[in-house]
Ligand binder design. Structure first.
Ligand SMILES: *[C@@H]1O[C@H](CO)[C@@H](O)[C@H](O)[C@H]1NC(C)=O
Length: 484
């Protein structure tokens, strides 16, 4: 007994008794830490409010001064941005209490005057005017797009990632993370010449539901896609072309997912109880392939923060979808991709009038296909993303996808971003023909693995139907070439 005890003793004390070893360890750690800091610093330059070129007039805005002094703010560099006209909802309670996330809530004229929830920053309309952002002067009141001010606030505070969501999306986990896209990438087969949209809900087992913003003409057209594995087996060149790093992640929503008014008016039996397969692996879209994404449960990495701005000349039900489309196009120019992940929120939707939603969505129904075609063919020669952003807005306005005021907004947004020291990612080469050719070279064998993985997940979810009736609606595509 005693011998055994004394045997283990030296190894324990050895660690603590060798001061030289300890010193060396400390020095090594310090060097490592400073190296890490300098790398981190180069990528995310410090952006404390005092350093940015935007003056904040806190003398006339005591409430804002209070917010800025509030030390509770310091919870890392992750920000959640929400706009609300309601008192704190259950979802807000959850969001405000996430451990590593700061929350900024953007008020509108109809919002409650007093609004407190955990350590949230509440930007009242008066506070917003004190921020002297160029965009503040052009953003309308009683508009969802007031959220733009919150995005800029988050970036000004040095956000390295932003979670874009609404006050009726209840997170089901206790953190928000970029899921590793183990399901690979999906893209069009080279023999497809028309249509560039995938209904990503199919991948999660529900081809019968389509996301708001999905082109109506495509709902019943299941297109063959190529599943591209994440694996090493892929040639380096193909991987570079087809699988750029994920910069934006859209999480799905269970119960009341974001569907259009046509769906809500006609598929009444599905409302409030739709569920997707949570076992389906996360997936990314290859450049050239589109799927709408919204402003609820959407995570933006630092390199995609420029893409947060919501257009102001389209309706509430169009603005986030339009943003999602033009941002997808520009992601391809910066070696980035859009990913989708299993439901990570339950949406308990605020009450809406479906016919009003329908009217609000008319532009989506009428223009989405044209918009996608336009974006697919759009090219820019500028070597700077900030120039391309404005170029694209101008081209979109020239074709009436947005109004002229959004061109002005885009210019102001880019200026504001520069003023808060945001570093735009570099433009890389995007060659649609090379992407198509590379897709054509993915063998059926390579495509098979991620497809089987996806189908296996769906089969597992279907097995759950005994305990969860909603899972019985999960559909598996068994075709040799998967269709989404
Ligand atoms: C895109 O990003 C990946 C991962 O960082 C990198 O390996 C690749 O070389 C990049 N491609 C281009 C064209 O910059």
């Amino acid at each position: 007994m005693v011998a055994q005890f004394s045997f283990s003793e030296p190894s324990y004390s050895a660690l603590h008794r060798s001061p030289r070893h300890k010193k060396l360890m400390i020095i090594a750690c310090a060097i490592g830490f400073f190296l890490f800091l300098s790398l981190f610093h180069a990528r995310y330059p410090s952006q404390s409010p005092s350093e940015s070129k935007i003056e904040t007039d806190t003398t006339h805005c005591p409430a804002l001064a209070n917010e800025l002094d509030n030390k509770r703010l310091i919870k890392g560099k992750s920000w959640i941005v929400v706009t609300t006209i309601n008192d704190p909802t259950d979802a807000m309670d959850l969001l405000c209490n996430l451990k590593d996330w700061n929350v900024v809530v953007v008020a509108d004229t109809k919002s409650p005057k007093e609004w407190t929830c955990g350590s949230c920053v509440y930007l009242s309309v008066e506070d917003q005017k004190c921020l002297s952002y160029g965009i503040v002067d052009v953003i309308p009141y009683r508009a969802y797009t007031r959220k733009n001010i919150g995005y800029l606030w988050a970036i000004q505070q040095g956000a390295t990632r932003v979670f874009d969501t609404d006050d009726d999306n209840l997170p089901t986990g206790n953190d928000i993370i970029f899921e590793s896209p183990t399901g690979g990438v999906v893209g069009y087969r080279s023999d497809e010449t028309t249509g560039k949209s995938v209904n990503i809900y199919s991948h999660f087992g529900r081809p019968d539901i389509w996301p708001r913003g999905f082109p109506l003409e495509e709902i019943d057209v299941r297109r063959p896609v190529t599943y591209i594995p994440e694996s090493e087996s892929l040639p380096v060149k193909a991987k570079e072309l087809l699988a750029p790093p994920m910069m934006i992640q859209q999480g799905l929503a269970d119960l009341d997912p974001d569907v259009d008014a046509i769906f809500r008016l006609t598929q009444v039996q599905e409302l409030k109880k739709a569920k997707f397969c949570k076992k389906s692996p996360s997936i990314r879209l290859a450049p050239g392939t589109f799927c709408p994404f919204n402003s609820q449960n959407t995570l933006f990495s630092y390199d995609a923060l420029w893409g947060l701005v919501l257009p102001i000349t389209v309706s509430f039900r169009v603005c986030d979808i339009w943003r999602g489309y033009w941002v997808q196009r520009l992601l391809w120019d910066i070696n980035g991709s859009l990913g989708f992940t299993k439901p990570t929120v339950d949406q308990i939707r605020n009450a809406h009038n479906y016919l009003d939603d329908y009217k609000d969505e008319l532009q989506i129904y009428e223009q989405t296909s044209k918009f996608i075609d336009f974006l697919s063919n759009w090219q820019s020669t500028s070597s700077r993303l900030e120039v391309r952003i404005v170029d694209l807005m101008e081209a979109m306005a020239a074709r009436d996808f947005i109004g002229e005021k959004d061109v002005d907004l885009a210019k102001r947004w880019v200026e504001d971003l520069k003023n808060v020291n945001y570093v735009f990612p570099k433009v890389t080469a995007y060659d649609p023909e090379a992407v198509t050719a590379s897709l054509g070279q993915i063998s059926d064998e390579d495509s098979q693995k991620p497809r089987l993985l996806s189908n296996e997940a769906l089969r597992q979810c279907k097995l759950d139907a005994a305990s969860d009736e909603s899972m019985s609606r999960i559909t598996i595509t068994e075709d040799r070439r998967t269709e989404l």
